[in-house]
Design a protein around this ligand. Sequence first.
Ligand code: G1P
Ligand code: ZN
Length: 566
Amino acid sequence: MNDSPLQVLTLPTSPYPDQRPGTNGLKKKTHVFQSKKNYLHNFIQCIFSSIDLRDRQGSTMVVGGDGRYFNSTVIQVIVQMAAANGVGRVVIGQNGIMSTPAVSCVIRKSKAIGGIILTASHNPGGPDGDFGIKFNTANGGPAPEAVTNKIFQLSRTIEEFAICPELRVDLGTIGKQSFDLENKFKPFTVEIVDPVESYANSLRNIFDFAVLKELLSGDNHIQIRLDAMHGVTGPYVKKILCEELGSPANSAINCVPLENFGGRHPDPNLIYASDLVETMKSGQYDFGAAFDGDGDRNMILGKHGFFVNPSDSVAVLAANIFCIPYFQHTGVRGFARSMPTSAALDMVARATKIQLYETPTGWRFFGSLMDAGRLSLCGEESFGTGSDYIREKDGLWAVLAWLSILAVRRQSVEDIMTDHWRTYGRNYYTRFDYEEVDLDAAVEMMLDLELMISDRAFNGQVFTVGEKKYQVEAADNFEYSDPVDGTISRNQGLRIIFKGGSRIVFRLSGTDSFGATIRLYIDSYEKDINKLFQDPQVVLAELVTIALQLSQIHERTGRRAPTVIT
Ligand code: G1P
Ligand code: ZN
């Protein structure tokens, strides 16, 4: 306890026009938060101001981050401002580190009013990299649009912020710290917690750890390789997979969180996690996975680097859902995928007669369905998979889910995947990303495309490439009406759907920190058992040609190829 009460100050500031949270919080270049006067303070104040004062007084908030450069400095500021804004207790991961799924879990367990997560997810970190601030609400999930809109509105008119500038927290020591504040009866408390413990307890209730231990370290154990990419997942992998489930030390790599992720993109895809892919090709390991900076994304690989497309991954989990004890207890309430995710999950939903929801991109839309008890398992094509035990996607959960299936089926990842295609058919899938293109060019391309596809003559039009013909069955700008509260979200991506179910989707990213990113998603269904084992890029080549022609994406952006192909 400090001797004299800490001062609470209200300081003047002026608004910035560009603090609109995107798909997943506010992401900017680190230097924007670091050097623009009060840029950080403004946004944090708007988060607090978005919560009704009566709810905020004496409440609990959770704060965590992926450990990237600037993480600890920002946490100190958040705590100083939380205290000054009436929050009663802040729960923080030791050294400011806590994965996104763990924050979601701790918010729920500690009955917090919400949480702030410091991460730019899979984007690089460091002074020249990205930084991000995300607000999650009491359900543990990303704030819904109504809340982020409110934060944005507040940010455009903010005039002052409240802060206790002398307050300093010791982030390294687990335990409780109390601070007396000027004009407050009750002390303000900070609790530094082990970032893994509470989350690991939840996983113990979801999965059968004895079965997983047998799989990873029993007589007939398999070999796994997990790459934490120097993100936040390292300590979780070490504690849960290695220490508790007995996987040997060489099964976990890059497990020390680094401020700049070792200078790499902490992005679990075939390009940025190519080291893992190469190692897997040696055939030494049966199962491989990588995680992103904040631990919510995952990439699953089988022996010899067999790649499981994320849209397929969630479908496999759905088809084998009762290999996971949690679902044996809760039952299955529904499945969901984001609109650009392939329809592989729909095939399982149809076969099992389980309700399927198609939502806009971003995890927050799943939260509302989960809160209403309508959704158990969901996924996105962007390497996100999760369930209703929390309100975030969860990389490690996805790995334990896959391992639970391997433990029951005792087959290889590749055999499980190919069996799945034989049963349900295969959705060939690819995504092209054009990163950091000119914003105006991107917006203009989307507007022109929308105009073109909304012309009545577009429906029914036939596109011929080589031998193949594709006839447009429907085309629109995807709009979603939340089945729980009726909220309508418009402008969620342009869809061109062809007869037979093939699709071309265009979307502008909502997570980029600079310029614009155009995403092009292509999906084509194949049920002919003789055509299930082809290269997706070959199968989808004609649809790609049509998409490039229609959009003129290369001509408009001056690019000759996408930055990333998945
Ligand atoms: C991207 C992904 C989306 C995911 C989000 C946060 O958003 O496409 O599925 O939920 O990151 O991880 P986007 O940049 O496309 O708006
Ligand atoms: Zn992430």
